[in-house]
Write a protein that binds this ligand. Structure first.
Ligand SMILES: [Fe+2]
Ligand SMILES: [Fe+2]
Length: 166
């Protein structure tokens, strides 16, 4: 099994996109089904964001200063996703805003993933050697084991946003 950081993250993206499709295809009234799909989306995004925030992004900031702006923008996109995930976690699938909020989460994360994959991950691969990407990936596998599985409480998010770049 490859531990290349970018390969691992793209596998996650694939899985997350699959869940987004399941939600979109679930149909108008499939409240119970959609609630279960969103639970899985929230867990997958919580883990994925954590391993990027802790494993990849700090290394890119350190090793590829040219990508500083991309990393900062990505932290903000993660923050937006965190807020939506926290709100969805506290909401019943019956709520009239549940589908709308999930749709905005899906649109926002889809945009974020395509910027990662299409824009700055290729620059990371070009700048870092294969061994460095393998080491970062190995570290991400360790981080995945201890990653939070549920979105943070909304009150914890502001603190996280203020300290993440500190
Ligand atoms: Fe990301
Ligand atoms: Fe990602």
């Amino acid at each position: 099994m490859s531990t290349d950081a970018i390969v691992l993250l793209k596998e996650d993206h694939q899985e997350i996109r699959g869940m987004f499709r399941e939600f979109e295809q679930a149909g108008e009234n499939a409240t119970v089904t959609k609630g279960k799909i969103v639970d899985r989306i929230l867990e997958a995004l919580t883990v994925h964001t954590y391993i990027e925030n802790e494993g990849l992004y700090p290394e890119v900031r350190k090793l590829v200063p040219d990508l500083e702006d991309d990393v900062l923008e990505s932290y903000e996109e993660h923050h937006v996703a965190d807020v939506l995930c926290a709100e969805l976690a506290a909401m019943s699938p019956d709520d009239e805003r549940f589908d709308a909020k999930t749709t905005v989460l899906i649109e926002s994360v889809t945009h974020h993933i395509s910027e990662e994959e299409g824009d700055w991950f290729p620059k990371v691969r070009a700048a870092l050697g294969r061994n460095q990407l393998r080491d970062i990936g190995a570290r991400m596998i360790e981080l995945r084991a201890k990653a939070p599985r549920k979105p943070a409480q909304p009150s914890a998010l502001k603190k996280a946003a203020d300290t993440v770049l500190g």
